[in-house]
Structure formats: C-alpha cells, structure tokens
Design a protein around this ligand. Structure first.
Ligand code: EPS
Length: 360
C-alpha cells in the first residue's frame, strides 16, 4: 500500500483537516513551504471576496516531530477565518439558525446532493462540495512534493487558457465576465519530471498509473476533462505521427518527442508526465440561472453565494498537489515507505538497474 489521503471540513465550518498516511519516516518538512503553496492556491486573477478574509496557514496535529515525519499518520489543519461570521449558521449543536437555501444552482452538487442525502437545506450540500476543501489537498500535496524532491522528482504547472483565450487577453476576458455577472473556466497543465520509468503497471486495470492520474485530476472541483500528453490531438492523427520513436546514443535510450505525455501501457516511461485539465466555469453566477425551489417546487433563480469569477490558477495549484499525491503513492507502493533512507536506497538501486541493463 502506498500513500493515502482523506480530508474533512465544511467551507464555513471552524476548520479543515486532512490525514496523509504512508509517507516514510525521516522526511524533513517545513510549514514555510506548505504555507507558500497554500498562498499560491489563494491567488490568481478573478478570485472573490472570500480570499480577502482567509490567510491559509497549516497546523501540524500529528505525525511530525522536530521537523521530521515519523511514518505515522500526518494530520494537518487549516483554520477557516470566515467561521467567525458563520458560527450561528454552521453550529454543530443547537437548533437551525438563519434562512435555508432552497434554490439549487445548475451545475453544482446542490439539487442531487439535497435529494440523495435527504436535506431540506442546500447549504448542507454546498458547504462540502465547495472548492474550499482543496486547501487540504494543497497542504498534503506540499508534503508529498517535499518527499518527491528527495526522490529527484519535481512538479510544476501553468494555466494555458481562460475562457478560450490565452496570454494578454486573459485579464480582459475575466473582467468582461465579471461585469456581466458571469464566470469563466479554462485549461491548465501540470508537469512531473524526474520520474523513474515503470511506476504503475500494464497488468491490471486498477494498477494503471495513467488511470489514477485521470481520476485524481477529474476529482478536482469543476474539472470536466483530463488529457495525458497530446491525447485529444493524437486521436485525429496517424500512428506514425503520434508514437514517440525510441533512439539510443552512448547506451542511453532517448526520445525526441513526448506526445504520450510520459505514459505507455499504464506505466511511466521515463519522460516527463504531462497532464492537462479543462475546468468548466464556476456554477455560482451573480446573474443567476433559472432553477426550481426544492421546498415550494416553484420556478425561481439560483442562489447567489459570493464567489469567484475565475479560479483556474487555484485549480492549477490543486492539480500540482494531486499529481504529487498520486506520484508519492506510486513511489511508496513500489519502493516501500517505512524509513526514507530505505525508500531512497531501493529507488536508487532500481534506477541504476534500468540504466545499466536498459539504458533508461
Ligand atoms: C466556493 C465559493 C467561494 C469560494 C470558495 C469556493 O466561497 P464563499 O462562498 O465563502 O465566498 O471562495 O473557495 C474557497 C473558499 C477556497 O478556499 O478556494 C464554492 O462554492 O465552491
């Protein structure tokens, strides 16, 4: 078993928490790096008023002592500052306080969530389906990034387009959407480099690492499509134009292209992993769409929660975090993860064997 991650917390509850289990003991960690990553997630053009209230900062609750992981479950927490304004409405005990939200937003979890969980107040659903939860993914992902760095693996990313435009036109596109009470989505790309060939496996569907990456990226709020390498463009080309030819020089295998995005047969092939994701426009519109009131069943317009016009830069940072969690999981699964020194020794000897016998 590799690395496991799970989180809890409502968007306007007192705090968010997560448990990250499976990282080896002996990883030197710092809250500075995690907080810098949290800050990156809070930024980006087009964020709403909430990010002016929050100043996300991690607290270590378990699994870390004197700046090193212990190999035990790591519990992280981030306070929701906005809780101060929501204590009555989000109280864990006592009687319901404040108006119920009953007009479900099209494109959000609101309607199906309320029906499925038998809640008469849509707030019971939207509090958890909110992207606020991704704060903990970034905190856990930052720890995984620190571990991966020790393994020689680096993760980066960038926003490729917003609302169909790229470069200098992006800001104007967001301003235009905001002025119209609307929202915009976009496309981002994450790159993982330094990954050894052979993480994941071709032998069974649920061991294929490309599938795990696709699931992890699809799980990011508002992401509706995931592409590995040139996935979509490759579908309209000939095989001879798509597959990355294999060359050798001085006993070292190399390729001149990486259209596969670093995956072949469900395994990493030693090239950089390239994952792209498409984010739909956030469903909370200031110019609300038509819907139905779940209490009265009368036609109405969607609820207007204060929200972001565009959160693509945040989604990109979350993408890096998910890539870090999935890669750390695959590394611990393959090389073991009790003590960092053992993980690294196993990884090093594997890398040496691939280089010696296969030029990889
Ligand atoms: C979100 C709505 C907004 C966003 C929030 C996601 O929050 P609020 O309703 O408090 O204004 O700011 O994102 C975050 C809080 C965050 O940390 O990313 C939603 O409905 O998904």
């Amino acid at each position: 078993m590799g690395v496991r991650y799970m989180s809890g917390g409502e968007s306007h509850g007192s705090r968010l928490i997560c448990i990250l289990e499976g990282l080896p003991a002996g990883v030197k960690v710092s809250s500075d790096f995690i907080n810098a990553e949290l800050k990156r997630r809070q930024g980006g053009y087009g964020r709403g008023g909430r990010m002016k209230i929050e100043s996300d900062c991690v607290e270590f609750l378990s699994g870390i002592r004197f700046g090193e992981t212990l190999g035990s479950p790591i519990t992280l927490s981030v306070i929701n500052r906005d809780w101060q304004n929501w204590q009555d409405r989000m109280s864990a005990e006592g009687s319901p306080y404040g108006d119920k939200v009953t007009n479900a937003r099209p494109g959000h979890a609101d309607l199906t969530g309320a029906a499925k969980y038998n809640r008469s107040d849509v707030r019971d659903i939207l509090e958890r389906s909110s992207a606020r939860e991704t704060t903990m993914r970034v905190a856990a992902g930052a720890l995984c990034k620190i571990f991966l760095k020790a393994c020689g693996v680096e993760i980066s990313g960038e926003v490729l387009s917003v609302g169909g435009v790229s470069g200098d036109k992006i800001k104007a596109r967001i301003d235009e959407a905001k002025a119209a009470g609307d929202t915009v989505g976009g496309v981002f790309e994450v790159k993982v480099s330094g990954v050894p060939a052979g993480l994941g496996s071709h032998i069974q569907w649920d061991r294929k690492l490309d599938a795990k990456f696709a699931a992890a990226f699809m799980s990011i709020n508002a992401v509706k499509a995931v592409e590995l390498g040139d996935g979509f463009a490759n579908a309209s080309k000939l095989g001879s134009e798509v597959h990355d030819e294999i060359f050798i020089s001085d006993g070292k295998i190399y390729r001149e292209t990486n259209r596969a995005g670093g995956f072949e047969g469900g395994m990493t092939n030693g090239e950089d992993l390239i994952i792209r994701a498409a984010m739909k426009p956030i469903p909370t519109l200031m110019k609300p769409l038509r819907t139905v009131d779940i209490a009265t069943k009368a036609p109405t317009t969607a609820s207007k929660e204060r929200s972001d016009t565009c959160a693509i830069w945040a989604a990109e940072v979350v993408g890096e975090a998910m890539a870090a969690i999935v890669t750390a999981d695959a590394i611990v699964d393959k090389f073991g993860g009790d003590a960092l020194c053992d993980t690294l020794a196993n990884l090093q000897s594997y890398r040496a064997r691939l280089a010696r016998d296969y030029g990889l």
